[in-house]
Design a protein around this ligand. Structure first.
Ligand SMILES: *[C@@H]1O[C@H](CO)[C@@H](O)[C@H](O)[C@H]1NC(C)=O
Ligand SMILES: *[C@@H]1O[C@H](CO)[C@@H](O)[C@H](O)[C@H]1NC(C)=O
Ligand SMILES: [Zn+2]
Length: 468
């Protein structure tokens, strides 16, 4: 690849991305209510398709919502039957899977809601998200409250949405409530008290409840500090090893912000064979405490943003594979609760609003650490799919759902009031005013084109994902 060609890439990608070839219009029409494309069988081509085998130049065949084939090189039908969308130098990647988002519906739809939240997700290249049990009202802590969620999401979601259930003191010691919650389709349980950090799921629900309650529930509900909570947790996670009494259970630590003592504890547990994974969030990778202006409550979150040295260590840890994946922890509220307490960090809402921006944020900040497209895919698609138990998602491979994001890594944009942001309250986002690179051109969910050029389809046809 010569230098000139590399320098021309940004330009070429802009030009190429606006071409859509209609070679012939013979295939079955798609449901144009659900998709911005008028057909359901088509090929996507690009010189940069991120597959499990690496980045290839070639084409992806989409048929009936799934990926029918992935072809390297030129061997796809350039003439004849097919609709071909040629994205040129733009990157074609599996859609992002955000395992940690708070959409706040039912009950606090004025904070976000399924419609605005999933419109933002689609615009940001996220094709699946897993909603957290807290901040909606009621919280998702029983079969009945999960049903309310699923009902609330009906006809409102532009991307696929699954649900974590909540483990709270009120249900933790009641096996029948937890069993019913998991049987009704919650993908796992999150311990929801402040400062609590984990998700877990288990093959044998009864054993999970007994083991979990016995071991550390009461003590961990009291642990507020990140390191203390993790230390407590890890005294019993050896039970998840093969032969242990909780074999089959898996623990996932959410929103890790401390790259020192807490992460060292997790590394130790992993190397001993505990079934444990950990995520961090883009705001811990993008911001440092030194850079936050006094009283700028947009940056308040829990655990808090730490210093620049810690941020460097977080990047090193994710590059070295000690942190498994990324999630948004999108946790919005109304501007009154976030901004009006300007200067009062104690009163302001703790949570960063970020859903639509996680791809360009991870890319923009990660570039200087040399992150690759394959790493991005591993942190945002492959491993999240595995955590959420979604075998047909997270990779561009034949047979998988056609959940795809197409984006231009080199296109820069500024997040200002003119930028089409679909969060209900864009002004509360800590990212507002920043310049980022990485523009989403198109997002496909199960083959439906659900976002392109500031548009979504007329009907929200995302699917609720329930465990079975
Ligand atoms: C568990 O919860 C159910 C439903 O609320 C209740 O009927 C039952 O008595 C509870 N069981 C225990 C052991 O607390
Ligand atoms: C886990 O560690 C505890 C405390 O060190 C020990 O008593 C227990 O036997 C261990 N369990 C397994 C399955 O190794
Ligand atoms: Zn959260």
């Amino acid at each position: 690849m010569d230098n000139l060609r590399w320098r021309l890439y940004p330009l070429l990608s802009v030009i190429a991305s606006v071409f859509i070839f209609y070679i012939r219009t013979s295939s079955k029409p798609a449901n144009t209510e659900c998709s911005l494309l008028p057909y359901e069988s088509y090929w996507i081509t690009s010189n940069r398709i991120v597959t499990p085998k690496g980045v290839i130049s070639g084409a992806v065949e989409v048929k009936g919502g799934n990926i029918a084939s992935v072809v390297e090189g030129e061997n796809w039908p350039k003439q004849g039957q097919a609709h071909v969308i040629d994205y040129g130098e733009a990157v074609v990647m599996p859609g992002l899977i955000d395992v940690h988002a708070h959409l706040d519906e039912p009950g606090r739809t004025e904070w976000e809601g399924f419609s605005s939240g999933t419109e933002a997700a689609a615009a940001g290249g996220i094709t699946t998200l897993i909603d957290m049990p807290l901040n909606s009202f009621p919280s998702t802590v029983s079969e009945e409250t999960l049903r309310l969620k699923v009902e609330a999401a009906r006809n409102k979601i532009y991307v696929d949405v699954g649900f974590w259930g909540g483990l709270v003191p009120e249900n933790a010691f009641n096996t029948s409530i937890l069993e019913a919650l998991l049987r009704a389709g919650a993908l796992g349980l999150k311990v929801t008290e402040l400062g609590l950090l984990l998700l877990l799921y288990f093959l044998n629900i009864i054993n999970l409840v007994i083991w979990f309650s016995d071991c550390f529930l009461s003590s961990i509900f009291l642990s507020i500090r990140e390191e203390a909570a993790i230390r407590e947790l890890l005294t019993v996670t050896n039970d998840t090893r093969s032969g242990g009494r909780a074999e089959g259970a898996h623990l996932h630590i959410v929103h890790l912000s401390d790259a020192t003592a807490s992460l060292d504890l997790i590394k130790g547990a992993k190397s001993s064979g505990d079934s444990i994974t950990v995520e961090t969030c883009p705001h811990y990778l993008a911001f440092s405490a030194e850079e936050i202006q006094d009283g700028d409550t947009r940056f308040k979150c829990a655990p808090p943003i730490r210093d620049a040295t810690n941020r460097e260590k977080l990047w090193a840890s994710i590059m070295e594979g000690h942190i498994d994946l990324l999630s948004s922890d999108h946790s919005p509220t109304v501007p009154d609760l976030k901004l009006l307490h300007e200067g009062d960090f104690l009163k302001a809402w703790g949570g960063i609003s970020s859903l639509q921006f996680v791809l360009p944020v991870t890319w923009s900040y990660g570039r200087k650490y040399g992150i690759t497209l394959s790493q991005l895919t591993s942190w945002w698609s492959e491993r999240p799919a595995k955590l959420a138990g979604q075998q047909l998602k997270g990779a561009i491979a034949s047979g998988n759902h056609a959940d795809i994001v197409v984006w231009e890594p080199d296109t820069e944009f500024e997040l200002n009031e003119n930028h089409a942001t679909y969060h209900k309250h864009p002004s509360i986002s800590a990212y507002m005013g920043m310049k980022l690179s990485g523009k989403v051109l198109a997002t496909f969910v199960r083959g439906n084109l659900v976002y392109t050029e500031g548009r979504h389809p007329p009907t929200a046809c995302g699917v609720t994902i329930l465990a079975n």
